[in-house]
Design a protein. Structure first.
Length: 251
């Protein structure tokens, strides 16, 4: 099989997943957009969290040209990138009990805020406890996960529950257990994961829905412009000054 055919098969698989999300998750995405718009309009704050590769879609909506300036990344040290050494430490930290509570307690997140928690499997202690603790603090929790893992795997949290069980709104990425779209004779493991592509698209669709909802309410969405176009830095400076009490990545 030619390399180009494999590449095309992966793109077709990703497109198919995106079409499923568009058709099957439209209502949930609209609800998530409304929740975020409500928080913006009400003076509350927005946060996104993900660990390991699930942190990538969370980071993709923070300080992003064309994105909402108010979306803040809720970082858990050692879990948000592949720069932690050894890389396996990041995976181990996702299974540590109590870490989520410590992070939330030291963060600016408070009742009425919105927290988007991204976890492909939703089975590890960190995302489960993050959702549980956030709701106990009065935050609205949006979970972005693959619901298939809840039936195809066992929870690693003491409660036996998954992220999806502790969210106000759940967005299902439709990713199959194992997160690999292709197989090929001569390669013993399935390969070509699509979770980042699909989950990032879900996050951007939610941001788009939120922007539209804000306009419908007569509120100008606090969007960032690209710093690589003329006037972008000046525009962003004005937005950040106006909303400085709700933007934490600027400090």
């Amino acid at each position: 099989m030619s390399e180009s055919k494999l590449a095309g098969q992966f793109l077709d698989a990703a497109i198919g997943l995106l079409q499923r999300v568009r058709d099957e998750e439209a209502t949930a995405i609209a609800r998530a957009g409304t929740a975020i718009a409500e928080a913006v309009a009400s003076g509350n704050r927005l946060f996104a969290f993900g660990a390991g590769h699930s942190s990538l879609p969370a980071q993709d909506v923070v300080y992003r040209a064309g994105g909402l300036a108010l979306m803040n990344f809720l970082a858990v040290p050692g879990t948000a990138g592949v720069d932690v050494m050894p890389a396996t430490l990041g995976s181990a930290l996702e299974r540590v009990d109590g870490l989520a509570g410590a992070v939330l307690d030291s963060s600016p997140a408070a009742a009425g805020d919105v927290l988007v928690i991204i976890s492909l499997s939703g089975r590890n202690a960190l995302p489960v406890e993050m959702a549980m603790n956030a709701r106990a603090l009065g935050l609205e929790v949006i979970g972005v996960t693959s619901v298939a893992y809840a039936t195809g795997t066992k929870s690693r949290h003491a409660s036996g529950t998954f992220l999806k069980d502790h969210c106000d709104i759940v967005l299902d990425s439709k990713i199959a257990v194992g997160d690999a779209e292709l197989t090929l004779d001569g390669i013993d493991a399935p390969f070509a994961p699509a979770s980042t592509v699909v989950t990032s698209a879900i996050m951007q669709s939610v941001m788009a829905a939120a922007a539209g909802e804000l306009v419908a309410r007569g509120v100008e969405p606090p969007m960032l412009r690209s710093g690589n176009v003329d006037g972008g830095h000046e525009w962003n400076g004005r937005v950040m000054a106006e909303y400085r009490d709700r933007i934490f990545f600027r400090h």
